[in-house]
Design a protein around this ligand. Structure first.
Ligand code: HEM
Length: 396
């Protein structure tokens, strides 16, 4: 058995938040794993080990029963929603929930947004005024939330509320979590739940051709989603469906401007590769956890039953043993394997939609503004394991 290297690095230190990749370069000496003292967790760094754990059924996201405890009262409503989220489940419940969602979330439905996305992007750009704009609220945030609201059949006027509930709930996963953040997340969960339950009841009475109506009627082997499962699924789709896309888009625009070759990288023949490279190079989600469901020996390390391991997705996507010059942005690299969308049974359900949103919105933006430049150095928000910009001010 090899010796486990230990590193300490505050996840809220400004320098780290702005550039976690220097830390990832440092830890590459540790081999497949390292122990991160600030998180008090075993972390998995290499591409081969992250890939192996993602595929291994002896690991899973659901908290083992022996480690489960009742949530504190001030977080009960938040946990009630999480409890039925497919992201927090393993088979057979996960299989049932995921296949019901996939029945409603079809590629035909997503392809319908092809033209609509271009129109939406142009409309947003038409609303820009002045010589400089903040692309984060005016472009990157708007596209995913409007599209996911349209897809689900939730009124677009609700976008600001959805954004606010979602931001407060997602804030729970950051390293800087405080009691105040927890209380806000729980209140958001109560309001979100009430709104979505009301909406589900409306759609039950009068179904439409939207994802929500399809989720209500979707049936797998005689089983349907319960109301609690429907609420959790809609909240998950809304939360997962925009936060990560907003920041992939924001980080991607910043990266493309910095290359000074943006118009070249958004050409039709290369845009798909550019989007994959953006997700590899500067993704918004840097770490996800898994639990070992039994004692496991993997790549020279003994992992104990019940032990939590952190999969360092962004570090694995820049593993120097798996790809050449990992710290250089190069859409033409081959192959461009990355973990931005996860892998295994929890692989991102929204991947085709996220990819389409990025493949459409980047060319529209850079073709309208080929001389786009940063007005100031963008700052990443202090929300690790989330990695997204606070603002993205550009001269257009
Ligand atoms: C570029 C944008 C996106 C990124 C980077 C992203 C990333 C991820 C990652 C890393 C996972 C796996 C988490 C794990 O391994 O524990 C995941 C799962 C998931 N994502 Fe995404 N996502 C994006 C967009 C979306 C969109 C647009 C939707 C929905 C409309 C969505 C819905 C989901 C759902 C429902 C899951 C859970 C799947 C399961 O548990 O089986 N995501 N996403």
């Amino acid at each position: 058995m090899s010796e486990l290297k230990t590193y300490s690095q505050s996840p809220v230190e400004h320098k780290f938040v702005q550039d976690p990749y220097s830390f990832y370069t440092k830890i590459k000496k540790s081999g497949d794993y390292f122990f991160w003292t600030d998180f008090d967790r075993l972390c998995v760094r290499s591409q081969r080990a992250v890939s192996a754990i993602y595929k291994d059924k002896r690991f899973g996201r659901e908290i083992p029963r022996s480690l489960k405890s009742s949530p504190p009262t001030h977080l009960e409503d938040f946990h009630r929603i999480e409890e039925h989220s497919m992201l927090e489940k393993e088979p057979p419940t996960h299989t049932r929930l995921r296949s019901l969602v996939l029945r409603a979330f079809t590629s035909r439905r997503i392809a319908q947004f092809d033209k609509e996305l271009e129109i939406l992007c142009r409309q947003l750009i038409d609303n820009f005024s002045g010589d400089s704009v903040d692309l984060l609220p005016l472009y990157a945030q708007k596209i995913p939330i409007i599209i996911i609201a349209r897809l689900l059949g939730v009124p677009e006027e609700m976008s600001d509320h959805l954004l606010s509930w979602s931001n407060k709930m997602v804030a729970m996963y950051q390293a800087r979590r405080t009691r105040e953040i927890e209380i806000e997340a729980n209140t958001a969960a109560i309001e979100f739940n009430a709104y979505i339950t009301n909406y589900i009841n409306k759609r039950r009475r009068s179904p439409k051709d939207d994802l929500l109506s399809n989720l209500i009627s979707a049936e797998e082997k005689g089983e349907k989603l319960t109301t609690a499962e429907l609420v959790s699924t809609v909240v998950l789709l809304l939360n997962a469906g925009h936060e990560a896309t907003v920041h992939t888009l924001g980080n991607g625009i910043k990266t493309l401007i910095e290359t000074q070759r943006a118009t070249e990288w958004v050409k039709p023949e290369v845009i798909k590769q550019t989007v994959e490279e953006i997700m590899r190079f500067d993704p918004p989600l840097h770490m996800f956890n898994r639990y070992a469901y039994q004692d496991i020996e993997l790549f020279d390390l003994k992992i104990k039953k019940g032990q939590e391991v952190m999969l360092m997705l962004a570090a694995a996507s820049r593993d120097p043993e798996a790809l050449d010059e990992p710290n250089i942005f190069n859409p033409l690299r081959k192959p461009c394997a990355h973990f931005a969308l996860g892998a295994g049974i929890h692989f991102c359900v929204g991947a085709p939609l996220a990819r389409l949103e990025l493949q459409k919105s980047l060319p529209v933006l850079f073709n309208c503004f080929p001389k786009l430049e940063l007005k100031e150095t963008p700052i990443y928000a202090n929300l690790y394991h989330f990695h997204g910009l606070k603002s993205l001010k550009v001269n257009i």
